[in-house]
Design a protein around this ligand. Structure first.
Ligand code: HMG
Ligand code: MG
Length: 295
């Protein structure tokens, strides 16, 4: 078990990308400020994806222009290709997250190209990132199952992760995009990837569609993983993964880790307040059990 875990808050990107109603910039910024105050060290801000594919993130440039980064917090942005990277650089992004999948069918639907094509697209993006001394995270989606093709071979998860690592990604986040996996599968998947990539460079990213996310995280902590992605109030889902719900709620992860004596640097009162704020602003029930029960 690690003694400290880095939580990567993805609510502003993975969380909000799935919302149909266009959320005003002041609401996004207000959520961001609350997340910053909660002690989170990594907050994924937005994505430079195609504005017609994900209209909710069409304000990515405005988001970066309006935001004043705080010392000690990392703010990666999602980038799918060179055009996205050019936009991210022009907007002043300092860290990026690339994304591809272990499933061909999902990749076609999500980013309109094959796995191999996506990896080729990342070559010039990585060169630009290196030139600008940017930290790069690489996501692998559908590591425990695909909404279209169903089963995803473990060998594909390992191979795509290795390719991202060879390209120079500093961290690889393993995504159960549709929240279909269970703890032993999650552990076996992580162990297989950790066979060729140091565990300290791996992160886990569980959607909680079937209520398995905390159990999956616990199983992966037992292997020593020390980076966990989550979304405040359990917001989210992928618009190109039908039926998938939000990420595991950050409040629930922070609560579980605190109870296990694992440090995250997060203040739960402030985090719960952030989750309640965004749930209220979106007019929906809070997706965090801790957020509902707190206080
Ligand atoms: P495409 O249509 O195949 O792009 O989209 P293209 O290269 O053929 O170009 C077509 C037009 O789009 C061109 O313009 C490009 O300039 C423009 P035209 O010449 O016709 O005027 N274009 C862009 N414009 C703005 N920003 C860009 C961009 N790229 C091309 N970046 C693309 C390919 C990847 C852009 C598209 O499929 C896309 O944006 N997909 C995003 C899907 C998405 O955001 N999904 C959710 C995020 S992934 C996720 O949630 C999973 C994760 O959380 C982990 C997990 O849970 O597993 C990360
Ligand atoms: Mg996701």
């Amino acid at each position: 078990m690690p003694t400290t875990v880095k939580i990567v808050e993805v609510g502003l990107r993975d969380g909000l990308q799935n919302e149909r109603q266009i959320i005003p910039m002041e609401v996004k910024l207000s959520l961001l400020h609350r997340l910053e105050k909660s002690g989170l060290q990594v907050i994924e801000l937005t994505g430079f994806v195609h504005p017609l594919w994900v209209p909710q993130l069409a304000d990515a440039e405005k988001m970066l222009a309006a935001h004043k980064p705080k010392d000690g917090i990392h703010y990666p942005v999602l980038v799918p290709n060179q055009t996205g990277m050019e936009r991210a650089l022009a907007a002043g992004a300092t860290e990026i997250a690339l994304f591809t999948a272990a499933s061909e069918a999902f990749n076609q639907k999500n980013i309109n190209c094959s796995i191999e094509e996506s990896l080729q697209r990342f070559v010039p993006v990585m060169e630009m990132a290196r030139k600008h001394k940017m930290r790069v995270r690489g996501y692998v989606s559908t590591v425990l199952g695909c909404p279209i093709q169903g089963e995803v071979p473990l060998s594909a998860v390992v191979e795509v992760s290795e390719r991202l690592h060879q390209l120079g990604c500093d961290e690889i986040s393993l995504g159960d995009t549709i929240g279909v996996g269970t703890p032993l599968q999650a552990k076996q998947m992580l162990a297989a990837v950790a066979g060729s990539i140091p565990i300290k460079q791996l992160a886990v990213h569980f959607h909680d569609t079937r209520g398995q996310a905390l159990a999956n995280i616990l199983a992966c902590l037992e292997l020593g993983v020390a980076t966990v992605d989550s979304s405040v109030a359990g917001l989210g889902g992928c618009p190109y993964a039908p039926g998938a719900t939000g990420n595991v709620a950050t409040e629930d992860v922070a609560y579980m880790l605190a109870g296990m004596g694992i440090k995250t640097g997060v203040n739960l009162d402030a985090l719960v307040a952030a989750g309640r704020f965004i749930s209220g602003a979106l007019g929906r029930s809070n997706g965090s059990a801790v957020g509902r029960a707190w206080g």
